[in-house]
Design a binder for this molecule. Structure first.
Ligand SMILES: C[S@@+](CC[C@H](N)C(=O)[O-])C[C@H]1O[C@@H](n2cnc3c(N)ncnc32)[C@H](O)[C@@H]1O
Length: 293
């Protein structure tokens, strides 16, 4: 992408954006059936990689939707976010919905600097809802920090914004951009102030193959990839009827979870989810005594 590391990322813009977004963050994934599908697909990914008793670092935890999931699994979570307002909402929701007992601590931090944690401190790291997107050209630093604090063999789950999935979901709006701006966004994946006059939310968006290669280039073995929705992504209000019928709703969620992992659907949702595992320490190389003679 040709970025010079650290030129684009503006931590204070991200912090202010989510401070101002405030309590809307708690409702974001339940405000309509389409978002509830995304919540269910993310929860499925978390449940595959986090087990009861795991010590988990949650990065960019926001108001706590997934802190609650981690609590239901029985994990012990260190909750972090760059936005103090989001952390305060997380604390309030944890008390209100009774998941505060499964939180070890709440800490304000930027994923690019987690020096407050020693290496190999956590069984799993959860970084979904975009922190790896928001850090723009500091993504190498962010992922290196996530890997550093994870124990060998531990899982790291990322959720980032999806380029083609966002276009899929918001096609009407995208067609309102000039072809030149769209060409720049598609070429680079970046939604920036310079190329998107109508957007109020700026971040790079990933293609699924690019995300996989990025994680692998940092030594993670990618064990799981999923869109955040695929089958029902653009069905909008038509999903209200399905939501009202429990049997159909459960069937939709079951099929979504399967379909979202199909290569043909990976780029269909607004977000991409990927889980990688940190390599186990290599065992001491075996010395062949014959060759030493
Ligand atoms: C869209 S919300 C997602 C919240 C939650 N993880 C979810 O998926 O529902 C993104 C969160 O990431 C936080 N965030 C963004 N950039 C971050 C960074 N560089 N370091 C830590 N947190 C960050 C924001 O403050 C915000 O609370």
């Amino acid at each position: 992408m040709g970025w010079v590391s650290g030129e684009l990322y503006d931590a204070s813009w991200v912090e202010q954006y989510f401070d101002e977004f405030g309590a809307q963050e708690w409702d974001r994934l339940v405000k309509n059936p389409s978002r509830e599908v995304q919540l269910a697909v993310h929860n499925n990914a978390i449940r595959r990689f986090v087990s009861c008793g795991d010590e988990v670092l949650e990065i960019g935890a926001g108001a706590g939707r997934f802190t609650q999931t981690l609590s239901q699994i029985g994990a012990k979570t260190t909750v972090t976010d760059i936005s103090l307002v989001q952390l305060e909402l997380n604390i309030a929701n944890a008390k209100l919905y009774d998941f505060d007992r499964s939180v070890s601590e709440w800490k304000k931090l930027d994923v690019c600097d987690m020096s407050c944690f020693a290496g190999e401190s956590f069984d799993a790291v959860l970084c979904i809802g975009g922190p790896l997107s928001y850090v723009l050209d500091r993504r190498d630093c962010a992922i290196a920090e996530c890997i550093r604090v994870t124990r060998p063999g531990g899982a790291i789950i990322f959720g980032v914004m999806s380029l083609w999935g966002t276009i899929h979901q918001y096609l009407d709006g995208v067609l309102g951009y000039t072809p030149e701006d769209n060409a720049k966004i598609i070429e680079t994946g970046d939604l920036t102030q310079a190329n998107s006059k109508f957007a109020n939310h700026f971040c790079p968006m990933f293609r699924s193959d690019e995300l996989r290669e990025f994680l692998q280039s940092h030594g993670l073995s990618v064990e799981f990839m999923s869109a955040s929705s695929g089958l029902s992504a653009v069905h909008g209000e038509a999903l209200n009827e399905v939501r009202a019928d429990e049997e159909k709703w459960n069937e939709l969620l079951r099929m979504e979870i399967l379909a979202c992992q199909q290569p043909g659907y990976l780029d269909a949702g607004t977000h991409l989810i990927a889980a990688g595992r940190k390599a186990n320490r290599e065992t001491e190389p075996k010395v062949d005594r014959q060759t030493l003679r």
